[in-house]
Design a binder for this molecule. Sequence first.
Ligand code: NAP
Length: 435
Amino acid sequence: MKRYKIAIVGAGPSGYFTAQAFQKAQKNNLSFSIDLIERLPTPWGLVRSGVAPDHQKVKTVSKVFEKIAKEPNFRLFANVELGKDLALKDLRDHYDAVVLATGAPKGRKICVPGENLANSFSAAEFVPWYNGHPDYADLEVDLNCDTAVIIGAGNVALDVARILSMDPQSLDSTDIALHSLKKLKSSKLRKVIVCGRRGPEHAAFTSVELRNLLKLQGVNVIIEGDQIKYAKKRLESSGELEKEVASNLAIMEVISGSSREEIGKNLEIKFLLSPIEFKGLKKIEEIVFVENEVENDRSKPSEKKSVIKCGLVITAIAYESVSYSGIFIEHGRVKNIAGHVENNLYVTGWAKRGPIGVIGTNKSDSADVVDLIIKNLKEPKISEGITALLPSGHKIIDQIAWEKINAAEVISGEISGKPRIKETDWEQLLNLGHA
Ligand code: NAP
């Protein structure tokens, strides 16, 4: 019987699905000890800090994670940061395989003048802010303005647009961070404008998420009918229409034809606009755009410029992975071939393939990486693993400590009809775990 030590770094969906694939691959003569290492004092990654609070059903996948965690060959080491508490080299020396499942936590930069003005955020800051991530609890978000602009036409842009425009009362029964709910309830926002740089036929959001906008109470969803008409004309001349594009355009047509209420907020989706400057004294006041044209299915800038006045801007233009010593980042993800980085180092999830796909995409992706690891395994190493590497006295959040945090959050939520109230203070999370 061979027993291999596996370290997985990052306790998000791809980390858990990697652990699950190892558990499923166990046979009479083959077993694995799995250590899941996480920087935060809480696991679940984007299920906790990325998935929008009005998508509670999606978060039920955490039940699968907890089942994986109950297996006897699994250990959680949260509040342990790679590169700070642990060196990657040491981890690689002590484990038969190390899998980076560290995601893509950094927002891609828009690289226009004024990007760093106050009240200009990346979705990589804004989303974890409303989701109670301890690193972003103090983000200085000001919603005392009339208009917010969201740059990008993907599902994250729609998540942010929904949260900013929906009736905040309907978020009462969710696990949204209390600090964000309070701000949303006193928000002065009347207009939320999503700006895509290409045409409606190139939108990255899915029709499911676009259709969901129509369910928002008291929100006028607006798309200019001409934009869709021109997109359809362009597509007619270019031949075959992809199913998702056809579906998106059909919903956009419904949106453009729907009547508007006098009261309520406006959520507008505009296309063919590329920001070239964020302007303001200290805080964002307006965005200058160049208007684009589509030619041969590609967008190119025209001579025309336009300005949108706004008091808040969020760039939702995709994410990038972070680097660790000895790791190369290429096109925003860890340089790898089919998940193999080098020797006993592997990568999975968004860190492997870039920020593409939904939570479930990580399951098959991680299973493929685990197959490759198993093929490459040699003789099991004799080593102590993580316990020999961490400084003595380091406060680990293990599975038992996490279950204490989890229970405390769920209990405090029950009183107010929420699935949980997230603790957003790092020290307090450690205290809850070690109570
Ligand atoms: P995304 O789907 O890649 O969309 C990014 C958007 O940003 C695109 O419209 C892109 O335009 C635009 N963009 C990129 N660089 C830009 C620039 N310099 N200036 C202006 N616009 C720019 O990324 P995402 O929205 O972050 O989502 C990441 C993944 O998570 C996706 O697979 C998404 O489906 C998934 N997700 C799913 C859900 C859900 O299912 N409910 C929720 C959230 C996220 P171009 O197309 O022109 O490059």
